[in-house]
Write a protein that binds this ligand. Structure first.
Ligand SMILES: [Zn+2]
Length: 155
């Protein structure tokens, strides 16, 4: 602090702010050697706060990733969804959409029968539940659309 108070303008002897390039009193340029002699007080503090230790961010991310090992649901999904039985899977989805598109209802039943036959022929393919769901939903959708068509015709 005593050093800064001795940092004076060479032209008018007014006290200068540390690191100032021009005198605030007279506006004359401060010589380079005077600026170098009085470094700004805040510089060492700023360096401490602006530079975080390198590698601190990956260390924070590591434990979180380690807490999430292989999800057990992926194995259950393989058993539940018959990826290999396209007919059964197709029947299931066509059954779902047959409530929107009536044309899909008979297709869901046909594909459901085909998927069911394939599931019985090749047990490792699976998809029996999906095929049966497709048939049942297809029949329900077909019945609902038939009922709707009948009500339109009769009234
Ligand atoms: Zn001055």
């Amino acid at each position: 602090m005593l050093m800064n108070s001795l940092f004076l303008c060479p032209a008018c002897k007014a006290q200068l702010r540390p690191g100032a390039r021009f005198c605030s009193a007279c506006g004359s340029q401060v010589p380079e050697q005077l600026i170098a002699a009085a470094p700004p007080q805040s510089a060492p503090l700023q360096e401490q706060y602006t530079a975080p230790p390198p590698g601190s961010l990956p260390q924070y991310g590591m434990p979180y990733a380690q807490q999430n090992p292989e999800a057990p649901r992926s194995e259950a999904g393989y058993g539940l969804v018959p990826y290999k039985n396209g007919q059964a899977l197709g029947a299931y989805y066509m059954g779902c959409f047959s409530f929107v598109l009536p044309l899909l209802a008979p297709l869901a039943i046909i594909f459901g029968v085909l998927g069911l036959q394939r599931a019985q022929r090749e047990p490792q393919v699976k998809g029996q539940a999906h095929a049966v769901t497709g048939i049942v939903v297809g029949i329900i959708a077909l019945g609902l659309w038939a009922l709707l068509a009948w009500s339109w015709i009769s009234f």
